[in-house]
Design a protein around this ligand. Structure first.
Ligand code: 3PG
Length: 221
């Protein structure tokens, strides 16, 4: 597809989310009481994009709650695997949808959806399906297992106009290696919200991890 024929909104809307924050916490809510203090702690730590997974039954309500409480940030869903889930995220007020992999059904719906889609891919062949429909931003998952920094560097050769948000196996110490690549817009991961820290309700540590991780990126520049 020629650049001039791309659905402009598809690309621009994905860019707006990816440009809002270099780090995206992948958050799974195990207890609805965590939603408000966790959201507050992440925002206080400087994060501006929250990916709430649908791995527990609390994800959708958490999205609605966080959207109302923090209208200044981007709140969307991760681990979206079906069209029904995609539509439920839109009803819940989610602003974006991230999928672990790509299906034609999700890709098609994403071109006309209210919540912008960041389709998951692990290979160039998968990416090319989305590329054909006009997508220029993808989640690269599982990043470390699928080739990591070296793979993304190689993807940049034939597809220099595509941006990625790698997740899967990335930690604070390796985030800057990914972000140093010109085709990496942001990186995501669960290291920003460690399970034991959440269980203990240690919200100050959540804020500190976010702050420290963002600062580490600046010092790696
Ligand atoms: C995701 O869905 O992006 C991953 O579960 C994040 O992977 P991580 O736990 O290795 O950060």
């Amino acid at each position: 597809m020629a650049e001039s024929q791309l659905p402009a909104s598809l690309r621009e809307r994905a860019d707006r989310v990816l440009d809002a924050s270099p780090l995206v916490p992948v958050v799974t809510i195990d207890d609805p009481a965590q939603v408000v203090p966790l959201g507050d702690a992440l925002v206080a730590g400087g994060l501006r994009v929250l990916e709430i997974t649908l791995r527990t039954p609390y994800g959708l309500d958490a999205i609605t709650e966080l959207r109302a409480r923090h209208p200044e940030i981007w709140v969307g869903a991760g681990t979206v695997a079906t069209l029904d889930q995609y539509k439920a995220v839109e009803e819940a007020g989610g602003q974006f949808v991230i999928t672990p992999g790509s299906t034609r059904e999700l890709l098609d719906y994403g071109t006309r959806a209210t919540a912008s889609l960041l389709p998951g891919v692990a290979t160039l062949s998968e990416m090319m399906e989305g590329y054909r429909l006009g997508y220029r931003a993808f989640k690269f998952f599982p990043a470390e297992a699928a080739g990591g920094v070296a793979a993304l560097k190689a993807f940049g050769g034939p597809f220099g106009d595509v941006r990625f948000c790698p997740t899967g196996g990335i930690r604070e110490a390796t985030a800057s290696d990914y972000l140093a690549l010109p085709n990496v817009a942001a990186v995501g991961g669960t290291w920003l919200t460690p399970g034991d820290t959440l269980r203990e309700g240690d919200w100050q540590s959540v804020t500190r991890i976010a702050q420290y991780s963002l600062q580490s990126l600046q010092s790696a520049d």
